[in-house]
Design a protein around this ligand. Structure first.
Ligand code: PAF
Length: 282
């Protein structure tokens, strides 16, 4: 039976018992609406650790004023069941009041990484992510924490924070899980209508085109980005935030592909913002 925990105090007490018993703790932070991508993280946490905690919390501080906080899918009973089926011992699902006590005013700021890629279009987003993840790290004190490569920039900023602030957890990033036709799994895919779903293939297909260009010897980042943009351009209604070829650690745009790069993109289809990426070693 997977136990549902809703208070910080209870979660901390359970974590303390695990410590006393000498158990390792694997942690999968999520905002719920669990899909196969999340479940692959839970299964890996199960395989690597004695105890597995999955958090389900839609963090208001990482949504901009025009973003989808209100309509973000929420179904705790379904998430509880799915997390359990993948091997979670505890589902930690606090309320907003529990996570952000009255008078809350402390945030985590990181200087450079959050300003790149998605950060240019979602001001304050990574401040919200880092703040909630640090709070969760303090509550759960995980031996290992698991994040999906789908949110590539997020995994980089979190790994940086974990090192900078001595969080004492190993940050593990696991590969993107895709639908059969290539679409990266995401909780936001639930928003996609039939036409959006078809058009959304332009993300993964653009990345395949970008990778093929590199494999065929193209080294000029601008040419690779242009080839990806051409594929997206065939979906007239796609509104691009960015298409980029960046360094995997600094997330800075590269001019010439010399080592491994990340091809990354973000675009809007109607009201839905989608992201995807691919790590490519030439
Ligand atoms: O990736 C997510 O679902 C969220 O950004 C996270 C890491 C759970 C923080 O709210």
């Amino acid at each position: 039976m997977t136990r549902l925990v809703t208070t910080v105090e209870e979660m901390q007490a359970l974590r303390e018992s695990a410590r006393v018993e000498g158990k390792t703790v694997g942690f999968v932070p999520t905002m719920g609406a669990l899909h196969e991508g999340h479940l692959s993280l839970v299964r890996r946490a199960r395989a690597d650790n004695d105890t597995v905690v999955v958090s389900v919390y839609v963090n208001p501080f990482q949504f901009g004023p025009q973003e989808d906080l209100q309509r973000y899918p929420r179904d705790l009973p379904a998430d509880h069941k799915l997390a359990g089926s993948a091997g979670a011992d505890f589902v930690f699902a606090p309320t907003d009041a529990e996570m952000y006590p009255a008078g809350f005013q402390t945030y985590v700021e990181q200087f450079t990484l959050p300003k790149r890629l998605c950060g240019r279009f979602r001001p304050g987003h990574f401040r919200g992510v880092l703040t909630v993840v640090l709070k969760l790290f303090h509550i759960v004190r995980p031996t290992r924490s698991y994040f999906g490569q789908k949110d590539y920039q997020q995994s980089v900023v979190i790994r940086r924070m974990a090192g900078d602030l001595h969080c004492g957890t190993e940050v593990v990033t696991l590969p993107i899980v895709r639908e059969e036709d290539g679409l990266a799994m995401s909780s936001r895919n639930r928003y996609l209508g039939v036409r959006d779903r078809k058009d959304a293939l332009c993300l993964s297909e653009a990345l395949v085109i970008g990778e093929a260009a590199i494999r065929n010897g193209e080294r000029k980042a601008s040419a690779i980005v242009d080839a990806m943009r051409e594929r997206i351009g065939r979906v007239k209604r796609a509104r691009i935030d960015y298409v980029a070829c960046v360094d995997p650690e600094t997330l800075a745009a590269v001019k010439t592909v010399e080592g491994t790069v990340v091809l990354a993109l973000a675009l809007h289809l109607g009201k839905t913002r989608l992201i995807d990426n691919r790590l490519v070693a030439p």
